[in-house]
Design a protein around this ligand. Sequence first.
Ligand code: SAJ
Length: 422
Amino acid sequence: MVSQRLNAVVVGQGYVGLPLARAMVRAGISVVGLDSDPDVVARILSGHPTTDDVTASDLESMFTAGYRVTTDPQVIGEASAVVICVPTPLDSQREPDLRDVISASEVVALHMAPGVLVVLESTSYPGTTDEVVAPILARSGLALDRDYWLACSPERIDPGNQLHGLETTPKVVGGVTRDSSGIAADFYGAFVSVVVRARNAREAETAKLLENAYRQINIALVNELAQLCHEMDIDVWEVIKIASTKPFGFQAFRPGPGVGGHCIPVDPAYLNYAVKQRLGRTSRFIELAEEVNLGMPSYTVGRIESMLRRDGLELDGANITLLGVAYKENVSDTRESPAFPIAQALEGRGAHVVLHDPSTIALGSKGPNGVFVADLDLALSGADVVVLLQHHRDYDIEAIVASSRRVFDTRGVATGAHVERL
Ligand code: SAJ
């Protein structure tokens, strides 16, 4: 049984780890956030959350309830549960980069004491918990299912989602053994309303990748449909609106300028990697979806060019304003944002690019291309084309249209004689 020390260490205090720590604190669990980045720890200690989903007042309440944050891994030795929430990006070859998972597991193995449950929440390919994390923890000399337990519980945080939070989203848990599954399910049951017990870690890992491959593929479907409809002079936005009236068997996805974030463009590639490694072939669906979605930034640039050319203008020398640097609406995170490849391509064609986003964080993380302008009116003034990349709630679309010569709308929300939609 997990030792009675009801306390937890959450490794990684980013968009997954910090909301997780908050949920545990709210359930009365004593929580320490452990992050290897001193800047992250300093930022949290100064009362600034690392994710939009946790507010400064949440953080204050967490500290009042005893939450601590540190870079000192010694805290692992007193924990009854350690949850690993570190990034699992792709490397330059678009293959899984498990360096953070490996180093976090090594730190846990070095400091863990008997009676601890270890959980991997980072999204990874089937077999990561069993074949990467488990052997590292075994180096501790402690015995699985006697001294410690190991499970996987893939994160399901939807950044910016006001409706579904961690506590109210069913939590999948899969242990490397039956005992570990049970222990992990009991642990999560203390602060999540519904725990879904997978039979093992692999099924839990694969379920997560299905969830995100499903989104990537369906987004690619409507991105391709948008291009086909444009050429057939059919309004894809109306088509999706009509199809959405079907109350069953259809979920609306919408075209966009590209697929960003640290999940949808990344996680399916982890599944494809496992398929390649184990079966020596690839998932054609995932590869085609990647090709379509990764092609959307250049398709968007092509449409902007056509729009200018209809008025006798060229990209070269044009003033273009991009609205929305974050990777999706109403978030400030810019990871994998399509704004960057679009800005780079436009500048490569000689355009002068201005970028705007309502969130200062997004502005602070400027890419190598384009000039950030914090004031919207200034960003709009003089633009030959204003491109709406993200439909942030702070944007008054009608006012933007009224202040622009031309608007290229990639989100299907603007109307007007000088507005063109993706
Ligand atoms: N996008 C479209 N069209 C759509 C939906 C999304 O172009 O119809 C774009 C968005 O603009 C964004 C990208 O795709 O650039 C990803 O958006 P997303 O909302 O699908 O992805 P994330 O990464 O913000 O959050 C998702 C979660 N989203 C939902 O379930 C709605 C969920 O899949 C995961 O919990 C999370 O990734 C994760 O952490 O895996």
